[in-house]
Design a protein around this ligand. Structure first.
Ligand SMILES: NC(=O)C1=CN([C@@H]2O[C@H](COP(=O)(O)OP(=O)(O)OC[C@H]3O[C@@H](n4cnc5c(N)ncnc54)[C@H](OP(=O)(O)O)[C@@H]3O)[C@@H](O)[C@H]2O)C=CC1
Ligand SMILES: O=C(CO)[C@H](O)[C@H](O)COP(=O)(O)O
Length: 474
């Protein structure tokens, strides 16, 4: 047993799995937890790995067990608890030490904490960790934001525990302060949208084509052998194969249709709007979770308004193509947000690298991410993923299927908010001449806001503001 190279504070689902992952990779780790009673059973269950784990009674002894400059990884809720732990740790730390917030944090809080700690000579790393418990235990994807000093110290540890895609570790230093947490937030936004698209396709097959869960699961399993291969498709196929031991019914039929959410999807939508963007598929997915949670209201509305959904005839290949188009558009919206934030905060995000570190370990890992990293590597006009030649060609092929699926779903009364948002965005962005001329005319008419005029520079007003106009507004 050597000296601990890193401390892990918070031995819940993620912290304990990361500590075991480090121990398995021959990294000595000091560990502590707020509720100290958890530590002994954790060490007992670690088996042979316990020789690399250094249990500590509390935060103070944990910090005391680390060599300087210290590295303290916190795997706790990133809201008030993180501020409380930072406040408790600060008097015990020395300039040059690093605190890592490995939770799902609002990147604005990370920027604030970074500045506050920097004033004391302490470094903060905001690190997005994806992959759930299994990823944390056997190889997560990690999105690191923070100072170069901390990255130099952390890189060997994180590289050792990261997931690998064909040998490439899925961890990268993406930028300063909140860059890592922002990228993780958008990762989660994409996760929400991809999950919602899967749920909508399940709904079309189940309620539109009257297929049994097992059969739909087999369809997802077939898709998982092709271009739609992804962790979320894989687990959906598996989930749909389970029966409930208590009732014998498919397990999905005994799970209440009311989705939970902890906030990262909502943060993505809020940041999109703040950046003057709209990630409409993520917005639709967040909305769908919120609407789903209004179970009682939906039951009353079904009684009052009728809930008829008509039968659909959609080929499996058409559904698959529609899914692929929607997935490309979802990633395109996510990467636009990253580009907008990178410009706003001067992060110089490397989009190809982000796609690369999402190829393994994380919840949104998918075959498409390999193609996306190639597309960014080859150069994407203005970081617009859907204009990359390889992506544009696939979209051109797959978009007609998306249109057929959305049209049929809407005509049949099936709710497909994320698929419809994908198509709405695609159809808006592929028109060089849209309809905002009407919006601009209205704004000028009621508010004298002015508009840009074709072929003439400057701000112009409509004839409704002419001196001799009989119907001059206002
Ligand atoms: N679960 C997942 O799939 C993922 C989670 N995350 C993020 O990782 C972080 C940890 O999540 P997870 O491991 O799932 O959570 P758990 O609920 O399993 O564990 C929470 C941990 O935080 C500690 N904690 C809670 N409040 C405080 C506090 N006020 N002061 C000190 N310690 C506190 C708990 O200690 P105690 O035992 O004493 O209660 C426990 O060790 C979160 O930020 C989460 O968003 C990120 C990616 C995936
Ligand atoms: O970060 C994660 C996966 O990447 C966590 O599992 C997170 O909790 C998922 O978000 P939500 O609970 O809102 O569905």
């Amino acid at each position: 047993m050597g000296t601990a190279r890193i401390g892990v504070y918070g031995l819940g689902t993620m912290g304990s799995a990361l500590a075991l992952n480090m121990a398995e990779n021959d990294i000595d780790v000091a560990v502590a937890n707020r509720e100290a009673a958890w530590i002994s059973p954790f060490i007992a269950e670690a088996g042979a790995l316990a020789q690399r784990l250094h249990p500590q009674d509390d935060l103070a002894t944990l910090i005391g067990a680390l060599p300087q400059p210290r590295v303290l990884l916190c795997m706790i809720p990133s809201s008030a608890p993180m501020d409380e732990v930072i406040a408790a740790a600060l008097p015990l730390l020395a300039p040059g030490d690093t605190i890592i917030d490995g939770g799902n944090a609002d990147f604005r809080a990370t920027r604030r904490r970074s500045a506050e700690l920097a004033a004391r000579g302490i470094h903060l790393v905001g690190m997005g960790v994806s992959g759930g418990e299994a990823g944390a235990r056997h190889g997560p994807s990690m999105m690191v934001g923070g100072p170069a000093h901390s990255w130099a110290q952390l890189q060997p540890i994180l590289t050792a525990i990261a997931a690998r895609y064909q040998g490439d570790p899925c961890v990268a230093h993406l930028g300063p302060d909140g860059a890592g947490h922002f990228v993780k937030t958008v990762h989660n936004g994409i996760e929400y949208a991809d999950m919602q698209v899967i749920a909508e396709i399940y709904g079309l097959a189940r309620h539109g084509a009257a297929q049994a869960p097992q059969a739909i699961g087999q369809m997802f399993a077939r898709w998982n052998a092709g271009p739609l291969r992804s962790y979320l498709v894989e687990i959906t196929a598996e989930i749909l194969g389970y029966d409930d031991p208590a009732t014998g019914h498919p397990v999905v039929d005994v799970i209440l249709d009311a989705a939970g959410q902890k906030g990262t999807g909502r943060w993505t939508v809020i940041e999109a709007v703040r950046l003057g963007q709209s990630a409409s598929m993520i917005d639709a997915a967040v909305a769908a979770r919120s609407w789903s949670s209004e179970k009682d209201m939906r039951v009353r509305a079904e009684a009052a308004l009728g809930g008829a959904r008509h039968a659909l005839e959609l080929e499996e290949d058409t559904l698959a193509e529609a899914f692929l188009a929607a997935r490309i558009l979802c990633y395109a919206q996510g990467f636009r947000l990253l580009a907008a934030a990178s410009d706003e905060y001067d992060w110089s995000l490397d989009y190809a690298r982000i796609a690369q570190i999402w190829r393994a370990g994380c919840i949104i890992r998918s075959a498409l991410l390999d193609d996306i990293s190639d597309a960014f590597g080859a150069g994407v006009p203005g970081a617009e993923l859907f204009l990359a030649p390889a992506m544009a060609a696939r979209l051109t092929d797959a978009a007609p299927a998306l249109r057929r699926v959305v049209s049929a779903a809407i005509a049949g009364g099936h709710a497909v908010p994320a698929l419809a948002a994908a198509l709405g965005w695609f159809d808006t962005m592929r028109q060089g001449w849209g309809t905002a001329n009407i919006t601009q005319a209205q704004r000028d008419f009621f508010g004298h806001h002015g508009f840009a005029r074709l072929g003439a520079p400057g701000v112009h007003h409509g004839p409704w503001w002419a001196e001799d106009s009989a119907d001059r507004p206002g």
